[in-house]
Design a protein around this ligand. Structure first.
Ligand SMILES: [Zn+2]
Length: 202
């Protein structure tokens, strides 16, 4: 019924998580409704985003033009507290809690022996380097509960002991108050704040 070009854009949008045909088509039609200027600006910004956004060389969060991210560049944040997450979007979720003033380390992937993903395929080696460069560290693990999260936690803990860094590193896990199965991206502020306050030693 609709012209092929609209259907094509709709199909592209439907590839994004939680985008159904109806909402994708709605956006496609809204794009069509934009002025030429608005649409050109959007196109330019999309290209720019793709070209300029990369991952921070220190923590793995999103950064612009290969510089350190806004969190690593913030001098007011606590250096010794590092919240470990799997994906960069989880940094955004954690930041919503407003009570965390430390830094982050994005692992990119979790250890998953069955999928042949080992520590060297994740950002754990750079986390260990960061730990080595600090006098004392509190690692706050914020990983969605899973077998891989357990394996990753166990590996980090063992590596720290193996390198004799145990005396200066405290590892805690955000758990208390969190439902047993949760999606980090959709946790509300209050639950996050409580889980941060009630974190437990691992
Ligand atoms: Zn960073």
């Amino acid at each position: 019924m609709l012209p092929e070009s609209i259907t094509k854009v709709t199909d592209h949008l439907m590839k994004f998580p939680s985008m159904g045909r109806r909402s994708s088509q709605k956006i496609a039609l809204q794009l069509l409704d934009q002025s030429d200027l608005e649409f050109q600006e959007l196109l330019q910004d999309l290209v720019k985003m793709k070209q300029e956004v990369s991952f921070c060389g220190i923590c793995g969060f999103f950064s612009q033009n290969n510089l350190s991210c806004s969190i690593c560049s913030d001098r007011l944040r606590l250096n010794h507290q590092i919240c470990v997450v799997e994906k960069p979007t989880e940094v955004i979720a954690m930041e919503k809690s407003l009570i965390y003033r430390g830094r982050y380390h994005v692992l990119g992937r979790l250890i998953s022996p069955l999928d042949h993903i080992f520590a060297q395929n994740t950002n754990i080696p750079s986390l260990i380097d960061r730990i080595k460069s600090l006098d004392r560290v509190e690692l706050v693990l914020f990983l969605q509960p899973s077998f891989n999260a357990e394996a990753t936690t166990a590996y980090i803990r063992e590596k720290i002991l193996e390198l004799d860094l145990g005396d200066k590193v405290n590892i805690s896990k955000m758990a208390q108050g969190l439902p047993s199965f949760y999606n980090i991206d959709t946790l509300d502020i209050e639950t996050l704040a409580k889980a941060m306050e009630g974190r437990i030693k691992v």
